[in-house]
Write a protein that binds this ligand. Structure first.
Ligand code: NAI
Length: 429
C-alpha cells in the first residue's frame, strides 16, 4: 500500500472530501512525475500556529507562481484534515481520507501538528510518514541574511538527507521491566553469552541495504539536479560497524554502481585528478559523525549534500539550523519515491497560536521546496527565497528575528506576508 504501489493506478475513494473539479492531478508516468500547469496540491493547516502560517505560505506561493509564469501556471489547493480540525470533522486525528488525499495529489503542504499526549499515536507526523512510506527527510539549510550565531553563516548552504524509516528511531524498544526486554536479555545470554544488566531497557538499531540505497539514490539525484559538487555520507561506522559502517558501504555501492558517470571518490580525486574535481562531476566522500558535527561549524564550505541515518540526521539538521538562526527559518520535506509532504521543522508554537505573531518563513520555505523539488517550478521557488532575503535585509521581519536586530519594529505574521507578496510583485520573471 505504500510507495510506488500507492501511486500507480491508485483510485481513491473519499468519505468526506472531494478533489476540486478545477485543476488536474499530478501523475507518475514511466517513473517520472508529470506536472500539469494547474496541479491540485493538498494542504493541511495543522494545529497551533499552523492555520496562520499555512495561509501565509499559500498566499506567498500563489503570488510567486503568478509572477514567475505570468498567470500560465497556478496551484489549485485542496484542503485535507489532520489534528484538531480532523477531530471536529471526522472524530479522529488522522482520517484515511487525508492519507488517500495525499496519495491522490502526491504533493502536500502541511502545518505542524500537536502530538497528542498519551495514547493513540506516537506522533501524527510519524504516522503520516509511515503510512505513505516517506523515507527521506530532506532539510535544506539556507542563510538568507537573518541574524545568525555562526561567524561563517554566509557559507551555510546545505541539504541534509536523513533516512526516516530505520535506525534507533524505528521504535523497536522495550522498557527495562517489560517481559519483552527480559526475554531478550535471556536470549542474548543463552545464545550469545552476552550479559546485560537486569535493569537495562533495550532498543534495536536496524539499518538495511534497501533503505540505504534508496536514500543515497535520492541524495545523488538531488545533487545532479541542483548542480551540487559534494555529497557526504555521515556515519559512525568506526564504532557501529554493521549498521552505520554498512550504511557507508551501501551508500558508496549505489554511488559507484548506479551513478558511476557522475561520481568521483575522495581517493580518485587525489590519485587521478590531482585534487581538482573535474567539471560536471560530484565528489562523494564520507565523514565520521562526530567529526562532521564539528566540520560544518569549522569548514562549512566543504559540505553541500549530507546523507545520513536517522539519529545522526536529527542532530546535524538541528545543529545546522541553529547555525543560521534557528527554528523560524527551518524548512523540511518528507519524501517517498513520487510523493512528498513539506512541513516546517518547528512545532505548533502554542504560545503564539491565533495571535498573528508567528514567523511563517519556515512554512513558506517548505512550500518553496515543494515547488522546486516536486513541481519542478524552480523559478518561483528562487523568487520566494529572494523576497525573504530582501525582507531580512530591509529589516521587515517578525518578532523572533526582530529581537536579535537593533531598533527594528517587528511585523505581524500578516504584515510580513504582505511585504513578501509586495516584493514578489515588484520582481520580473
Ligand atoms: P515548537 O517548535 O512548537 O516551539 C519551540 C520554540 O520555538 C517555542 O519557543 C516557540 O514559540 C518557537 N517557535 C516555533 N515555531 C515558531 C515560529 N514559526 N515563529 C516563531 N516562534 C516559533 O516546539 P515544542 O514547543 O516542543 O512543541 C509544540 C508542539 O508541536 C508539540 O505538540 C509537538 O509535538 C509539536 N511538534 C510538531 C512538529 C510537526 O508537526 N512537524 C514538529 C515539532 C513539534
Amino acid at each position: 500500500m505504500a510507495g510506488i504501489d500507492s501511486v500507480e493506478g491508485f483510485e481513491p475513494r473519499f468519505k468526506r472530501v472531494k478533489p476540486p473539479e478545477e485543476g488536474e492531478r499530478i501523475k507518475v508516468v514511466d517513473g517520472k512525475l508529470v506536472v500539469p500547469d494547474k496541479p491540485i496540491v493538498a494542504y493541511i493547516e495543522g494545529d497551533g500556529i499552523g492555520p496562520e502560517i499555512v495561509a501565509a505560505a499559500r498566499r506567498v506561493i500563489d503570488a510567486a507562481v503568478e509572477v514567475a509564469y505570468g498567470g500560465r501556471r497556478r496551484i489549485v489547493w485542496w484542503e485535507l484534515y489532520a489534528g484538531h480540525k480532523a477531530m471536529k470533522i471526522y472524530g479522529e486525528l488522522l482520517p484515511e481520507d487525508t492519507l488517500n488525499g495525499i496519495r491522490y495529489t502526491l504533493v502536500a503542504l502541511k502545518g505542524p501538528l500537536e502530538t497528542p499526549v498519551g495514547g493513540g499515536y506516537r506522533s501524527l507526523n510519524v504516522a503520516i510518514r509511515q503510512a505513505l512510506d516517506l523515507y527521506a527527510n530532506i532539510r535544506p539549510v539556507y542563510y538568507l541574511g537573518q541574524p545568525a550565531p555562526h561567524c561563517y553563516a554566509e557559507h551555510d548552504n546545505f541539504v541534509i538527507f536523513r533516512e526516516n524509516t530505520e535506525d534507533l528511531y524505528a521504535g523497536i524498544e522495550w522498557p527495562a521491566d517489560s517481559p519483552e526486554a527480559k526475554k531478550l536479555r535471556e536470549f542474548l545470554k543463552r545464545e550469545f553469552g552476552i550479559v546485560l544488566r537486569e535493569d537495562a531497557g533495550i532498543g534495536l538499531k536496524p539499518i538495511s541495504r534497501f533503505a540505504t540505497h534508496r536514500i543515497m539514490r535520492k541524495a545523488l539525484r538531488w545533487a545532479i539536479d541542483h548542480g551540487n559538487k559534494i555529497v557526504t555520507i555521515m556515519h559512525k561506522g568506526n564504532i557501529m560497524k554493521y549498521t552505520e559502517g554498512a550504511f557507508r558501504e551501501w551508500a558508496y555501492e549505489v554511488a559507484l554502481k548506479e551513478f558511476r558517470d557522475y561520481v568521483v571518490t575522495e581517493q580518485e580525486l587525489y590519485e587521478k585528478y590531482g585534487g581538482k574535481l573535474p567539471e560536471g562531476k560530484i565528489l562523494v566522500n564520507d565523514r565520521i559523525a562526530d567529526n562532521m558535527l564539528q566540520q560544518i561549524i569549522t569548514r562549512p564550505w566543504d559540505y553541500e549534500v549530507i546523507v545520513t541515518p536517522n539519529v545522526n540526521g536529527d542532530y546535524i539538521s538541528d545543529e545546522a539550523n541553529a547555525l543560521v538562526g534557528g527554528i523560524g527559518m527551518a524548512a523540511g520535506m518528507n519524501a517517498g519515491d513520487f510523493m512528498a509532504v513539506a512541513e516546517p521543522v518547528h512545532g505548533t508554537a502554542p504560545k503564539y497560536a491565533g495571535k498573528d505573531l508567528a514567523n511563517p518563513t519556515a512554512e513558506i520555505l517548505s512550500g518553496a521546496l515543494l515547488l522546486e523539488a516536486m513541481l519542478g517550478w524552480k523559478e518561483a521557488a528562487q523568487m520566494i527565497r529572494e523576497a525573504i532575503k530582501r525582507a531580512i535585509k530591509e529589516k521587515k521581519v517578525t518578532q523572533d528575528l526582530a529581537r536579535h536586530m537593533k531598533d527594528v519594529k517587528p511585523l505581524r505574521t500578516s504584515e510580513y506576508t504582505e511585504v513578501l507578496i509586495q516584493y514578489l510583485r515588484e520582481m520580473k520573471p
